[in-house]
Write a protein of this length. Structure first.
Length: 228
């Protein structure tokens, strides 16, 4: 009688363990993979140095409201920008232009039409060159007679004009058409920026102001630059 009871108990116990294990296996909560939810980030810097901080405010109708923009923060370079969430961010070192200059850069590409804002910089190397092109055979550099806020300083705006259309916009220190991309100096940094139009085509030359949304957004991005 006792042997029969023990055997029955063992069988019931094994059955409970078996069917309980099946239940746990098939009805366990799904494990969500850890993914980068910001698909518009493509950084080749170490992830520990480059950080993308999402905005606290998301319900915005004004595209120039920086409270709804992401923050790009780089602890190694000691700088940050704010930029629209739909833009793609790249960064690292780059060989650019006809002069084959090796520079650090951060770029913001606007997805809708290929406009790209490129920020070139060096830190702790005041003799570095950031000139990415010679301008030879590519058009005429013309001062826009306009300055914008570029982080903590004012920057001069210069246009690259070809066939009476603006091909690129330069944001730099100098107001001379002969030096359209003269480096801006601030503390240990030298820097400048340019806006290229890519698939967006050209902008009709306007001596006073370029009234297109991408230009206003690009200049707003430059305004948010901070060093720390």
């Amino acid at each position: 009688m006792i042997k029969k009871f023990v055997l029955t108990y063992l069988i019931l116990t094994l059955a409970i363990l078996f069917f309980g294990g099946l239940f746990i296996y098939f009805y366990r909560p799904a494990v969500q993979p850890v993914v980068n939810t910001n698909t518009n980030v493509n950084l080749n810097q170490p992830s520990t140095a480059a950080q993308i901080i999402p905005p606290a405010k998301t319900n915005c109708t004004d595209k120039l409201d920086t409270a709804c923009w992401n923050t790009y923060r780089h602890t190694e370079y000691g700088l940050l920008f704010k930029y629209p969430r739909e833009a793609i961010v790249n960064g690292g070192r780059l060989i650019v232009g006809e002069a084959d200059i090796d520079v650090k850069y951060i770029s913001f590409k606007f997805l809708n039409n290929g406009y790209s804002l490129l920020f070139y910089f060096e830190k702790g190397n005041p003799k570095a060159s950031l000139n990415s092109r010679t301008g030879f055979g590519s058009g005429d550099f013309v001062s826009a007679n306009k300055k914008i806020q570029f982080g903590p300083v004012k920057a001069q705006v210069n246009y690259l004009i070809y066939n009476n259309k603006i091909k690129e916009i330069y944001y730099s220190q100098n107001n001379s058409a002969s030096l359209p991309y003269d480096n801006i100096k601030y503390g240990d940094y030298i820097f400048r920026a340019e806006l290229t139009f890519g698939d967006g085509g050209d902008i009709k030359y306007d001596k006073t102001f370029v009234n297109v949304p991408e230009v206003r957004i690009a200049e707003k991005i430059l305004e948010t630059l901070k060093f720390f």
